[in-house]
Ligand binder design. Sequence first.
Ligand code: AMP
Length: 285
Amino acid sequence: MQTVKTQQMLRTALAPLRVGNATIALVPTMGALHEGHLTLVRRARAEADHVVASIFVNPKQFGPNEDLDSYPRQLAADAAMLEAEDVALLWAPDAAAMYPPGFATNISVAGVSDGLCGAARPGHFDGVATVVCKLFNQVAPDMAFFGEKDFQQLAVIRAMARDLDLTRPHVDAIIGVPTVREADGLAMSSRNRYLTPEQRAAAAALPRAMQVAAAAIKGGTGVAEALGTLEAELLAAGFASIDYATLADAASLVPLETLGEAQARLLVAARIGGTRLIDNIAVGS
Ligand code: AMP
């Protein structure tokens, strides 16, 4: 596996991968890799001839008071994990290579970016859309893999790729992968390492309370009542605050007051200590 840090090196390294009809899959990440990321890589490896992974802690998707400086960085360990998964190329630019002086463009996907994490983290999805658009243009992959763990991010990227004609040959080239979880149900996340042992134990209340709420809603309990119970359970378990607990249409992410025929998703963001955790699950109709 080759690690490249400049766009020129990236172009040089991509050329031999493209020989013949070989397909390339892109797996964008911010590093501090765990089994969730590696599951994306394995799916990509199964579906394409070559996998290109990227590691870039994107400053544009962090707010002024967020964890950009403390976000875990471990490039050598990450590279070893990717190499063991038969990744062909690691694209690991620094901020100056991604955003040279004078960089002035912002991609903003209206609607699907606005609520949920977009409301709690202004500008976050503009940063995501901008960097993912650049990654798609830099690597020109045949397919790209993203986790359902970041469900709203996946919706934003799908909308951006559709609107800007970024996918080829068809929109299925953006592939969502189900969330990989720890044994107690907590969704794997690079940010879980911020948790103290006590917080880590308490954090399992999040997926547990979400499963209970989803089952209640499916069983006929009112959405507002089920979400109220969920929030109370999280606070009782030791969460400090809840950014949102929302039932939304799985495609548009528009909040739902009742469960209808369309696919619905339960999405939650909550803080435990100084750490913000997100999760989402399907709620069958
Ligand atoms: P990140 O490094 O957190 O930006 O994540 C990079 C990619 O891995 C994104 O597409 C995430 O949605 C995905 N991802 C992160 N955690 C998980 C997980 N627990 N299960 C599946 N995919 C994940």
